[in-house]
Write a protein that binds this ligand. Structure first.
Ligand SMILES: Nc1ncnc2c1ncn2[C@@H]1O[C@H](COP(=O)(O)OP(=O)(O)OP(=O)(O)O)[C@@H](O)[C@H]1O
Length: 474
């Protein structure tokens, strides 16, 4: 078992990777440490199973084949079943080098969340695992729903949808009414107003709550891959299509598909989405037969009602399909009465997180926070409070800890949280470390970052060179 230590704040805590190929394990670990505090890697499923008892990783990456020459994924399926029997909420992404569509479909039928094929594209692997980990968070929320006595619970460790202003009361009422129906919902609001929180709430209170809620951020997917990301593709459909791939619409079957930043859906793909939603069928890129899907769609955008109603930008027939119910989240400056509760909530949350006392907030400071326009809305407020808690330490925070600008969002200040929160101890022998780093660096440069040649020159295996590169951050 190899361990990656948590050195700075990451969106997720723990990922477990199981593959019999050391190079794959190291490559996955290097990549996934960008979003996980800790990545545990195992060469065989048995030891992974034993070592992860009692842990709740946000994602597992599980190889489909372990025995030499095996290609039928039988072992992978067996372990998939065992992990899911132990924790039915586990989120497992299958890794396979032999990703016929049958293996992928079978894996997903047996409860895998998604699959990736070797060799993988780093971008695709990160997107897949990130989505899987987000799913685990939403599953945790569902499991806890009866325990959380709040206006509206959010994913575990996350935030409830706060706000009692008339505007937020109206939002809550719309959520109450729309959630149990299968109606598509369009959420409008500036960045940081809580659109994703509302989408999660709609799913959590829907009859699909026990099923998947699959988010797709159309603002984050490169335009060239949106088509295959949404609808999937068959092997050979285009140059990079080395295997069949299930699209997000199909992967969300039975559950809710959250199309975030729908305003970024290119015009030429809008009719295709409309047809899929109308006919409840998806045709993967390069395929000639459509596949039936049963999804509820929640979409969100930061475009205004006027912008999204612009035919040159967004097809109105698709808009009408998406906005059966429309929920508008007003900017925070239009519901200032919600600010004190939000400040109090995040103050308590971050004081707990950074082990600081919760001092009362001076009335003048609260008045300034309420008077501020918060162009970045609740997200900016949340960050501002987190930062103030860190800067003030165990003293009460003051206005100097929350610089409010007359224009734009509060001034961003770079805080090296790793240094503030958990500075790693210095290595025992700096000299040796430095020499090793220099040697590794020199060999890499000499061989143009060709890992095999650099490793050969240093007398190391590829795996141990990767380990040293990782250690020295090269
Ligand atoms: N009503 C609310 N109560 C508590 N926290 C909130 C509320 N609205 C937003 N937040 C917090 O603000 C942050 C941004 O929320 P969210 O991601 O849902 O916004 P968004 O509108 O989807 O943003 P974007 O358009 O930039 O994706 C999150 O950390 C969320 O928890």
């Amino acid at each position: 078992m190899t361990e990656g230590r948590m050195t700075q704040e990451k969106p997720f805590e723990l990922c477990v990777v199981i593959d019999d190929d050391d190079d794959i394990l190291l490559a996955a670990r290097l990549l996934l440490r960008a979003i996980f505090g800790e990545v545990l890697t195992f060469r065989d499923p048995e030891s992974a199973f034993a070592a992860t008892a009692g842990l709740t990783p946000e994602a597992f990456l599980l190889d489909a084949n372990f025995s030499r020459g095996a290609t039928n994924a039988a072992e992978g399926f067996e372990w998939l079943g065992r992990f899911l029997a132990r924790d039915p909420q586990a989120v497992i992404v299958m890794i396979t080098a032999h990703a016929g569509v049958q293996v992928a479909i079978e894996a997903m039928k047996r409860g895998a969340t998604d699959f990736v094929t070797k060799p993988w594209s780093n971008e695709r692997l990160l997107a897949t695992v990130r989505t899987a980990a987000a799913l685990r968070a939403s599953r945790k929320a569902v499991a806890q729903k009866d325990k959380v006595a709040m206006i509206a619970a959010a994913p575990a460790g996350e935030t409830p949808l706060l706000g009692t202003s008339p505007a937020m009361a109206r939002v809550q009422q719309l959520i109450d009414r729309a959630a149990p129906t299968d109606a598509n919902v369009l959420i409008l609001g500036e960045n940081g107003t809580g659109k994703e929180l509302v989408a999660r709430e709609l799913h959590r209170r829907s009859r699909r709550a026990e099923r998947i809620m699959l988010p797709v951020d159309l603002g984050a997917v490169a335009e060239s891959v949106i088509d295959s990301e949404l609808f999937g593709h068959v092997k050979g459909a285009f140059t990079d299509a080395r295997a069949d791939r299930i699209g997000r619409l199909q992967a969300a079957d039975g559950g809710t598909l959250f199309l975030d930043e729908i305003g970024n859906l290119p015009l030429h793909l809008q009719p295709k989405l409309l047809t899929a939603l109308e006919q409840r069928k998806v045709t993967p890129v390069g395929a000639n037969k459509p596949v039936a899907v049963d999804i509820r769609v929640i979409a969100a955008t930061n475009l205004s009602a006027g912008q999204i109603a612009d035919e040159g930008r967004f097809r109105q027939d698709l808009l009408f399909r998406l906005n059966t119910v429309e929920i508008v989240l007003p900017p925070l400056r239009e519901r200032r009465e919600d600010i004190p509760a939000l400040v109090a909530h995040y103050h308590a949350l971050y004081a707990r997180k950074y082990a600081q006392p919760v001092h009362p907030i001076a009335p003048e400071l609260m008045a300034a926070l309420v008077a501020y326009d918060w162009p970045g809305n609740v997200r900016a407020l949340r960050h501002a409070i987190e930062r103030a808690v860190i800067l003030a330490g165990d003293a009460p925070f003051g206005i100097e800890d929350i610089p409010l600008r007359s224009h734009g969002s509060p001034e961003p200040v770079r805080i090296d949280r790793a240094a503030v929160v958990e500075a790693p101890p210095p290595p025992d022998d700096m000299n040796l470390e430095r020499v090793e780093r220099r040697l590794v660096e020199t060999a890499l440069m000499k061989h143009g970052y060709n890992i095999s040649s650099a490793a050969a020159e240093l007398g190391l295996t590829r795996a141990s060179l990767y380990r040293r590169m990782e250690k020295h951050g090269l």
